[in-house]
Write a protein that binds this ligand. Structure first.
Ligand code: PEP
Ligand code: CO
Length: 469
């Protein structure tokens, strides 16, 4: 059977014939159509060759020869577009990637939840405050967060603002990735002031010193930033939840690089990788129908209610050709739940022959309410779920391939615990997330060192099994 990406029958609007959950009720459908018509005239935000490069790298992750680091905001905001938020996310992800690369001695594939992460699924369609009921905030691409009727009305022109905000952020990311900021010789400078004196800041400086010595040795051998692009630049990919389907449809493009005569593949041009949320992964639903038709790597969030049959059916729909790295299964079970829930899924997928990337989201199964009524997460629970994830894969003989986290490099106070030992009382100081609580720069680096130790242990195990054979 032809997969939809090879056949000419699938169309970007095919999802319209399926039930679509989590869609805003736009009062003015003509204005929505007009915004989408304009988006169709705009250039793609990414190039299909980049999508292919990411596919190739994710196939390496699926095989255990690379590691995936995916991270960024829960929800980006149109109000923080001066570039600082994007630069800080990029910076802390570079630091984490250095820590992980060094420990695992494998390349780290860097994918931001960035330059398009503007749509949010909600558990309720409306919110009531002081007797007033309004539509829920669904992310800046849909409506405003302020609790007023004007802000909460879904506005189609926001699709165009999301496009230009994504383009501006992506432009900055490309400049940072290629313009010298990401040069490995700069790695001392990637530490934020508030992290420098902490134990993980110091551990990072020691690592940076060691890598600095290696770079000096390599320079003596003739490998410098001037003649070695790998030292000077990084590949940094973008991703977001493919939730607002009219937007995704309007930015779907045909692969211009396809061989003449062959069917050109469709790809989502809003980001390199798109994912399906826990609330929109119904098999007969609109979101799967959209994602199965595009050639991008696709993620699927997998929560504790997913059965082995559910996951196999998802894979049959999204990866009929069984292409390594096409699907990233992002598990978000919750600490304590994972040891019972994940192993049956690992066994079923292993037996099915789909070469997926397994990635751990230790955030979304561990959200709690603080004493002051705000959403938070305990760093200790995040760490626990990551450890359980690595243990489950070690037991199953599968590859613990990646980490998916909500983070920022900034000094926010949103998750409890970590080296700074943040408590419920400290959360109010700098809680700026538009949606879920993120790890700050210090907690992110701390988590990277923990995962580095787990990857090192895994490497030690692999070496032992090679020695045995
Ligand atoms: C998210 O990633 O922000 C999210 C809403 O996750 P999930 O779909 O896993 O709940
Ligand atoms: Co979130």
């Amino acid at each position: 059977m032809k997969s939809p990406t090879e056949s000419s029958t699938w169309q970007p609007g095919a999802w319209r014939h399926r039930p679509a959950r989590q869609m805003p009720a736009y009062p003015d459908l003509a204005a929505l159509d007009a915004a989408c018509a304009q988006l169709r005239q705009f250039p793609p935000l990414i190039f299909s060759g980049e999508v292919q490069a990411l596919r190739t790298q994710l196939a390496e992750v699926a095989a255990g020869r690379a590691f995936l680091l995916q991270g960024g905001d829960c929800a980006e905001s149109f109000d923080t577009l001066d570039g600082e938020a994007a630069r800080e996310t990029f910076r802390v992800m570079l630091q984490m990637a250095v820590v992980l690369t060094y420990a695992a001695a494998r390349p780290v594939v860097k994918v931001g939840r960035i330059a398009g992460q503007y749509a949010k699924p909600r558990s309720a369609d409306t919110e009531t405050q002081g007797g007033l009921t309004l539509p829920s905030y669904r992310g800046d691409i849909v409506n405003g967060a302020a609790f007023t009727p004007e802000a909460r009305a879904p506005q189609p022109e926001r699709l165009l603002r999301a496009y230009s905000a994504s383009a501006a952020t992506l432009n900055l990311l490309r400049a940072l990735a290629q313009g010298g900021f990401a040069d490995l010789h700069q790695l001392h400078g990637w530490t934020a002031d508030f992290v420098r004196a902490s134990p993980q800041g110091q551990r990072y400086q020691e690592l940076a010193d060691r890598i600095g010595e290696t770079l000096a040795f390599m320079a003596a051998c003739g490998f410098t930033s001037e003649n070695t692009p790998q030292l000077r630049e990084v590949a940094f990919y973008t991703s977001h939840e493919a939730l607002l389907l009219p937007y995704e449809e309007a930015l779907t493009r045909r692969d211009a690089a396809a061989t003449p005569g062959a069917d050109a593949r469709w790809f989502g041009a809003s980001a390199h990788m798109l994912w399906l949320g826990e609330r929109t992964r119904q098999l007969d639903g609109a979101h799967i129908e959209y994602l199965r038709g595009i050639a991008n790597p696709v993620g699927v969030k997998i929560g504790p209610s997913a059965t082995p049959d559910d996951v196999l059916a998802l894979l049959a729909a999204l990866d009929p050709a069984r292409e390594p790295g096409r699907v990233v299964l992002i598990t978000r079970m919750g600490a304590g739940q994972l040891p019972a829930k994940l192993p049956p899924l690992l066994a079923a997928v292993k037996a099915s022959g789909h070469a997926v990337v397994w990635s751990c989201d230790p955030m979304h199964g561990n959200t709690v309410t603080s004493a002051h009524g705000v959403k938070t997460r305990d760093f200790g629970q995040v760490v626990r779920e990551v450890r359980e994830f690595f243990d489950a894969h070690a037991q199953a003989g599968t590859v613990a391939g990646g980490l998916h986290v909500e983070l920022t490099g900034q000094d926010v106070t949103e998750c409890r615990g970590g080296g700074q030992n943040l408590t419920d009382d400290s959360l109010q100081a700098r809680y700026t997330s538009a949606c879920d609580p993120r790890l700050n720069g210090s907690q992110s680096l701390e988590l990277a060192f923990l995962v580095a130790d787990l990857l090192k242990a895994q490497r030690g195990g692999a070496m032992k099994s090679i020695a045995k054979t």
